[in-house]
Design a protein. Structure first.
Length: 153
């Protein structure tokens, strides 16, 4: 029964909207916060060195404070911020899909829990070719005597 709720598109949309509204509220209040998110959905630009990447757990906590908080913004359903990683403070722009944020945390207390089931949408344009449609189109073209001038003899 829970699966019916967490996979429901309207529920997923409500969760995403709620996440966005909470983050905007925290930006306006200048409230630092942490996000617990699915690391598999997070992207880094530039990519992090493998020595840093391997340290992440499937659910990873990012704390947004100081410079990281100042650079944070929401764009196209992503939370984007700059952060430094590892002992060398390797800089990268982090992009987190809003629906990959599982918890929002303030002072070690979760203030939001996301139960929506996020699935990346991979759309590939496909063209359905109706062979009868092509034949009908050619028949229509040939039925007009004016079109004979376009045919090779």
């Amino acid at each position: 029964m829970l699966d019916n709720v967490i996979n429901d598109l309207k529920f997923v949309s409500l969760m995403q909207k709620h996440i966005e509204e909470l983050l905007i509220h925290f930006f306006e209040k200048e409230q630092n916060y942490g996000i617990l998110c699915k690391i598999e959905d997070v992207s880094f630009n530039p990519m992090l060195p493998e020595s840093i990447n391997t340290e992440f757990r499937p659910l990873t906590l990012f704390f947004l404070a100081g410079y990281t908080f100042e650079t944070a913004h929401i764009q196209d359903d992503f939370l984007i911020f700059e952060a430094g990683f590892g002992p060398e403070n390797f800089g990268s722009v982090v992009s987190v899909p809003l629906l990959s944020i599982m918890q929002i945390i303030i002072d070690e207390t979760p203030v939001f829990i996301n139960l929506a089931s996020y699935k990346k949408e991979k759309t590939t344009p496909t063209k359905a070719v109706n062979k009868n449609g092509v034949k009908n189109s050619m028949d229509s073209f040939l039925s007009n005597p004016e079109n004979s001038k376009f045919l090779k003899k």
